[in-house]
Design a protein around this ligand. Structure first.
Ligand code: DC
Length: 230
């Protein structure tokens, strides 16, 4: 008999801390962490590298047929592969982020990743983060979290990250970028970012990482998850 895997979906806007939190919670629970944004970012990198106009839906759709996106794990850390090349380090650039948000509105782009994401969730206990996980990809996930924070707090966090990398940035510009990206992710026609009806809302603006991780683990326990991470 096939045992059903346990799935935790975490959705929310850019910079709410989804990846940091999902990674830590996955470690605590012995789950696999699936960063779906990284998959979309790898697709965007391909589009940028090929010099394809991101506004040209037909060209982007055609390019989808030439990309192979896959994930692998090294010591529990997710790596994303684009046609076999590990591009994990290259996909975090701001330009890639903007292109990702722009191409993730297209049906062909979303369709390509949907089955891959569902397969992972069918085969493993996963914490999967993204924008449409609780609403579209895994509507039957046992635990759903909608993780958010104010745009100002998210901009401050992003500024700190960039400064740690030695990049000088402007807070207002970062916040504006975040607001625009939120708007696009929330208002697109296919699979927009929104809180699933059965998701638990967590606002991390004034919470520590540990507090958020604890909230997620407790929510999963309350929803019937037993065993690991106690
Ligand atoms: O989470 P992130 O910043 O790496 O995501 C980058 C972009 O990818 C985001 O602006 C929207 C898109 N995305 C999406 O449309 N659906 C997902 N499940 C994950 C990301």
């Amino acid at each position: 008999m096939h045992m059903r895997t346990y799935n935790i979906a975490i959705d929310g806007p850019a910079g709410a801390g989804k990846s940091t939190i999902a990674r830590k919670a996955a470690e605590k629970l012995g789950f696999i962490y699936v960063d779906t944004g990284a998959m979309y970012r790898a697709m965007a990198l391909y589009i940028l590298r090929q010099g394809i106009d991101r506004a040209d839906e037909k060209a982007v759709e055609k390019a989808c047929g030439n990309m192979d996106i896959s994930l692998c794990y090294e010591e529990g850390v997710q790596k994303v592969l684009l046609n076999g090349e590990d591009v994990s380090g290259l996909i975090r650039a701001e330009e890639v982020g903007r292109t990702t948000s722009a191409i993730s509105v297209y049906r062909a782009v979303r369709q390509k990743l949907l089955e891959l994401q569902r397969d992972l969730a069918r085969n493993y206990d996963v914490i999967m983060d993204g924008r449409d996980i609780g609403t579209c990809v895994l509507p039957d996930a046992q635990t759903k979290i909608y993780l958010t924070a104010s745009s100002h707090v998210r901009a401050l966090r992003r500024l700190k990250e960039l400064e740690e990398k030695g990049q000088m940035c402007n807070l207002e510009e970062i916040e504006q970028d975040i607001i625009e990206r939120d708007y696009r992710d929330m208002h697109r026609e296919i699979a927009p970012l929104k809180q699933a009806e059965d998701a638990v809302l967590v606002d991390s603006s004034h919470m520590s990482i540990e507090q958020v991780v604890d909230t997620i683990v407790k929510t999963a326990r309350a929803a019937g998850l037993r065993g690991a991470g106690e």
